[in-house]
Design a binder for this molecule. Sequence first.
Ligand code: MEV
Length: 433
Amino acid sequence: MDKNPLDRFEFLLENFHRLPFEERQDRLAQWCDLDPQELQILRGVNALPVETAEHFIENVVGVFPLPMGVATYFNIDGRDLLIPMAVEETSIIAAVSATAKWLRRNEGKITTECRGRVIIGQIQIPRLNNIDYALAQLEENKLELLAEANQLVPGLVARGGGIREIEFRTLDREDGMGKMLVLHVLCDPCDAMGANLINQVCEGLKPLIEDITNERVGLCILSNLVDGRLACAKVEIENIEPETAIGIEEATQFAKSDPYRAATHNKGVLNGIDPILIATGNDWRAVEAGIHAYTARSGKYQPVTTWKYDGKKLVGEFVAPLAVGTVGGVTMLHPTARLALKIMGISTAEELARICAAVGLVQNLGALKALATVGIVKGHMRLHAANLALQAGASETELPRLKEELSRALAREKRINLSRAKQILEEIRLNPV
Ligand code: MEV
């Protein structure tokens, strides 16, 4: 395997998807320095012991396995890495790996950064007896509120995080009953996603706020629109057919003009992000909500990525909230999630957010590149043939032939479905070789 240190990554990935499972695991172990016990976990042995699962949720009756693969050929910010993705959709890892490979072979560049570190907790004062008095009191006692807030999270403060600022917002009530007041508590949660931390701070501040303002506090809860903690990714590529690049830019224009398209465009981006969040034990619902809300912040639902072509270079950008954690939550308790971080060689929330942003953007590029050229049906159905063959009821010995016949039928008839797969299986059974 140690052919040449410079080529080691590419050498490791040669024919990766065609290798037998054991060999794939072996190469993964070499790249990520995994021991035999860790490989067993990836096989599903003690991947999530029931005893551990019992601590996560109530009413446990089992665990739910998903396939976990690695996205290959990624070089992000100059670093080669394998990216674990837990997902059921057949084409996602294949498509993102093929696109990363295409970028790599054509000198495309993937860079990332994070903007800001703070998450937001909201404290609502729904009805106000005297808004001017409440606001003046809050401003006057802001330092005391900040000190009290930080006292509620001493461990976080010791790790270098904590409450950075408290902002006051007035909102018009939609029912015409005047204004409400909302406090935004801005917190640097370090490497935690921070939901539990910020919720505790907000609830912990409630008595002091009620005391200071003489008003009643309503909701105390984090906001998933985490626009103070944005992850950004950029893809640049010059070596691209102009028609393809123009098609990709036009896809952006379509999504900008039409929420029906923007929803599907963004689903394609999230195809790249959610599987990493699942593999690392992160709250993908929070990230989904944050991304959708962020893209709609102008009042119109927009694509979360944009692609521009200046006649020479295609440039794609992703900017959105990605509040993830590498400590707290279940990440460190879930054996597979812990391994997922090890496979990527990362430990911080910022690194994880940047990888998610990059993979989302590259996944989107793969989808748009296919849609702007050959369409997605061909590639998708080719991969889906294996699922159809299984659903049709093929035995282990019948599977290879049915898959082959289905691929032929797809090339010939341009479409395949379950009833066609069943029909072909019957023909195979009538004419065994
Ligand atoms: C399918 O899972 C995702 C796509 O629909 C995304 C897109 O249309 O951009 C292919």
